[in-house]
Design a protein around this ligand. Structure first.
Ligand SMILES: NC(=O)C1=CN([C@@H]2O[C@H](COP(=O)(O)OP(=O)(O)OC[C@H]3O[C@@H](n4cnc5c(N)ncnc54)[C@H](OP(=O)(O)O)[C@@H]3O)[C@@H](O)[C@H]2O)C=CC1
Ligand SMILES: O=C(CO)COP(=O)(O)O
Length: 441
């Protein structure tokens, strides 16, 4: 069966089941004017304005005027993900023609937004325009006919409301510098899940450094690009200090197949997406040894403990790691061979060298760099990250994976959830008893 046909069958089936959910969703998510008037003003400001910090603030007070009409538009937009073009289209650019930029720009085009995918390679743009298939990164999936393609960066970003950046972290700073001359008030949303090599900067740090005046957000969650193309129901999180930007992104990308939840913990959401790649590599490696479900569950939950511990040390809210961008993405990426990080770990576990595994993958696996960054940062700051350090020892210091894993199992006594019982207590009390030869009764 062709991927197209399979795709359309899945879509038909999903549409039936989703019809009821659509209406419910729209009602659930769009609260009444009295209950939440800012929702309406958020949509209004985002639809009519470029959401600059200044611009949005200036419009905030005027926006109560047309709330009824806007609520109708918001409802109709949300309940017709594949339907009519909304009268006030959001104009969106997606930078990076890999699997995720392509999947998200396609989602926005299907939602009736004016969506443009920018790809650095001119020949790829021609091929996309001709075939509507991203042959290198998402072969077999036909893209929405309303999606536009652009090779000229200026043409791609000028006059847009929001610019989504979906290039690898290694190209993020350069991409922001390249678009800087063309920015006239557009908001930026990072879709990238990684850390910059050597600087340990997250993408939000880079945005603040390179474009300090720009209104921005980060989006992250369990979003394997292929599953999104297959219309498998998924969800993500938009984190921003700007309520208007959060609502604009929700309105642009929400559909019966894709829900967007909101957060204002930018660091937490971003760290969830970056850190889980480390553990996806670890899980891929563990899977190559045919470990059982108990082992996988232990790895996953101890990974979550490391992530939230590191998050707290970086100024994030630990509860964010219980959300979609934390445990949600950790679960998806650690469970699926669709994850490139998982596949890298699996290849390493089967004895392939790192260079050979990266070459064979031929796509972005952010975790390879993130392990190094987080290992160094954790050592420097004294953050307890045993899985990360162990993985670093296997990948970069050539230590045997099994020996390192056994050593991990032998490490000291810890509390389960250290936000419930601080680990110092259990660890130190038990260690002291053992050292003193007094078994715990
Ligand atoms: N794929 C997924 O499921 C998800 C990915 N992400 C994140 O999105 C980011 C991008 O990943 P993804 O789309 O998967 O990556 P891919 O490996 O699929 O593609 C990378 C894309 O970035 C382009 N690119 C690389 N370097 C540059 C540069 N210097 N300037 C402009 N474009 C460049 C590549 O172009 P070319 O082909 O010409 O080399 C290619 O189009 C990553 O941080 C990833 O973690 C987030 C959620 C899900
Ligand atoms: O982030 C992702 C899913 O949420 C994609 O993971 P990989 O980069 O490992 O493919």
């Amino acid at each position: 069966m062709s991927a197209d046909k399979k795709n359309s069958e899945i879509e038909d089936k999903n549409m039936d089941q989703a019809e009821a959910i659509t209406n419910k969703d729209a009602t659930d998510d769009v609260e009444s004017e009295e209950e939440k008037p800012l929702f309406n003003s958020g949509i209004l400001a985002s639809l009519f304005d470029k959401a600059t910090k200044v611009g949005v603030k200036a419009k905030r007070d005027q926006s109560a005027l047309n709330t009824e009409e806007i609520e109708k538009k918001a409802r109709s937009n949300m309940s017709n993900p594949e339907g009519v073009t909304p009268p006030h289209q959001l104009r969106l650019a997606f930078l990076g023609g890999g699997s995720f930029g392509t999947a998200m720009s396609n989602l926005a085009a299907r939602n009736g937004c004016d969506s443009t995918l920018w790809v650095r390679n001119k020949r790829t743009v021609k091929s996309l325009q001709r075939s509507r298939v991203n042959k290198k990164y998402l072969p077999g999936y036909t893209l929405d006919e309303r999606l536009k393609y652009e090779h000229d960066l200026k043409a791609a970003v000028q006059d847009k409301d929001i610019i989504f950046v979906a290039v690898p972290s290694s190209a993020f700073r350069e991409t922001l510098r390249n678009i800087r001359p063309y920015l006239t008030g557009q908001s930026i949303v990072s879709l990238t899940k990684g850390m910059e090599k050597d600087t340990f900067s997250l993408m939000s740090d880079i945005i603040e450094q390179e474009l300090p005046e720009v209104n921005f957000g980060v989006m992250s969650g369990p979003n394997l690009a292929v599953e999104i193309m297959q219309n498998m129901p998924s969800a993500s999180v938009i984190a921003s200090d700007s309520e208007f930007l959060r609502h604009a992104v929700q309105s642009a990308l929400h559909s019966v197949f894709f829900r967007i939840f909101a957060s204002d913990d930018i660091k937490g959401v971003e760290l969830g997406g970056a850190l889980k790649n480390i553990y996806a590599i670890a899980m891929g490696m563990a899977a190559s040894y045919n470990v059982g479900e108990n082992t996988k569950a232990m790895l996953l939950t101890r990974a979550l403990a490391e992530m939230s511990r590191f998050g707290v040390a970086s100024g994030a809210n630990p509860l964010t790691f219980l959300g979609l961008s934390g445990v949600g993405d950790l679960y998806a990426t650690c469970s699926s061979e669709l994850s490139r990080n998982y596949r890298i770990g699996n290849m390493l576990g089967k004895g392939m060298s790192l260079e050979a595994a990266i070459k064979k993958l031929g796509q972005t696996a952010e975790g390879v760099n993130t392990i190094q960054q987080v290992h160094e940062k954790a050592m420097k700051l004294g953050i307890y990250m045993p899985i990360t350090h162990a993985l670093h020892a296997v990948i970069y210091d050539d230590q045997a994976a099994l020996g390192v894993a056994l050593h991990l199992m032998e490490s000291g006594f810890r509390s389960d959830v250290e936000f419930v019982m601080p680990h110092e207590y259990s660890n130190e009390a038990l260690n002291a008893k053992i050292t003193a030869g007094m078994p715990d009764k």
